[in-house]
Design a protein around this ligand. Structure first.
Ligand code: DSN
Length: 385
């Protein structure tokens, strides 16, 4: 019996093979990750924590979850006596929301980066439930495109947040967790690092670690970490009870143990020496792409990158982010439109595009390929058609 779904799946496989994927939050997982994700763990209910479940038949699920938690400790080089790990959140949004409900009361004050300057919807944007339930104030970047830590400190002093979030989804520069921690300590706030974009870079040693500075670290597992679509919360032991209860039964039902298994496979891969080379190459490729784009006259937010992503202001080319993304997609180059700091346009048709190198680096591309991709982008965006 022909399956319409498998027909569509084949078309998507072909699309992924035939296009250049520069979306910085996407990647290509290994066959082993896919195998674990499509495994019989999908058949199992496992509400609760390891060795304390609501359903029978969880002997191997317990063994699996213990092992994945251990892999998280090893990958981030943290000790189990100091940090508790929850690998059950279905997604980064859930991980963030569970964290807020686990450590805050409704209407408590939180300081985070604004979405327009590179933060995330779940960092208190008004369109997100997070912005409706807690009181958020935002910091941003200066005219130079870098976070201004003096500004963060000033806002923290005035606003007296209970929680400060060091986390970004469109910031091309390194985060200084030590400075964030000093600011958090100065106002007696907890520090949360949302490392969703850069988790793989941190594990691979290509970005500074939020440990030992952050009290809580949340991350998705599918971006630079190259795992399935899932998430992890790591927190100081004293915060774990409240956060764990908020994940389940507060927000979620049964964890998706197939995703947990696939996360474990991705972490096993990330602990291999070659993953360090991968993480370093992601950054080298982003720098090479940024350099060539600049040579070709593109305007980059902050003038370049330290990590896996680049933000380009396309308005000097007479284009909007939507138009640039459409033109590139027609030619098989997949990017995403994105707001840039101080954008005067709206999210659905902003001034910028966001490019990243995690996926093309997984495919084995190197600096010379980035130079060629930059030239191709210039041909497409500067052509009149
Ligand atoms: N939506 C993700 C991104 O593309 O950055 C963040 O969650």
């Amino acid at each position: 019996m022909p399956s319409k779904i498998f027909e569509i799946l084949e078309k998507e496989e072909k699309r992924q093979k035939e296009t250049i994927n520069l979306i910085p939050s996407e990647n290509f997982v290994s066959e082993d990750v896919l195998r674990a994700l499509g495994s019989v763990f999908t058949n199992k209910y496992a509400e609760g924590k390891p060795h304390h479940r609501y359903y029978a038949g969880n002997e191997f699920v317990d063994e699996l979850e213990d092992e994945v938690v251990d892999l998280v400790h090893r990958a981030f080089n943290i000790h189990k006596d100091e940090y508790s790990v929850n690998v059950q959140p279905y997604s980064g949004s859930i991980a963030n929301i569970a964290t807020y409900f686990g450590v805050l009361n409704v209407n408590d004050e939180v300081l985070s980066m604004s979405l327009e300057h590179g933060g995330h919807l779940t960092h208190g944007h008004t369109a997100s439930i997070t912005g409706k339930i807690f009181e958020f104030e935002h910091y941003g970047v200066g005219e130079d495109g870098y976070i201004n830590y003096d500004q963060v400190k000033e806002i923290a002093k005035r606003f007296q947040p209970k929680l400060i979030i060091a986390g970004t989804s469109a910031y091309p520069r390194t985060l200084d967790y030590k400075k964030f921690k000093e600011i958090a300590d100065s106002v007696n706030a907890l520090l949360m690092a949302d490392i969703a974009h850069i988790a793989g870079l941190i594990v691979g040693g290509a970005h500074p670690s939020p440990f030992p500075y952050a009290d809580i670290v949340t991350t998705t597992t599918h971006k630079t970490l190259r795992g399935p679509r899932s998430a992890i919360i790591i927190c100081k032991k004293n915060l774990a009870d409240n956060i764990d209860k908020t994940v389940f039964p507060g927000i979620q039902g049964g964890p998706h143990m197939n995703a947990v298994a696939a996360t474990g496979v991705a972490l096993e891969e990330a602990l291999r020496p070659e993953f360090k080379d991968y993480a370093q190459q992601v950054v080298k490729n982003a720098k090479a792409l940024a350099e060539e784009l600049k040579n070709l006259g593109f305007q980059l937010v902050s003038g370049g990158t330290d990590n896996h992503l680049i933000l380009v202001d396309v308005t000097p080319l007479g284009l909007t982010g939507q138009q640039a993304s459409d033109k590139l997609e027609k030619e098989g180059v997949i990017v995403n439109k994105n707001m840039i700091p101080f954008d005067t346009r709206k999210a659905w048709d902003p001034s910028g595009i966001r490019l990243g190198t995690p996926a093309v680096t997984t495919q084995g591309m190197k600096e010379k390929d980035m130079t060629a991709i930059a030239k191709r982008i210039a041909e497409i965006l500067i052509s009149k058609s």
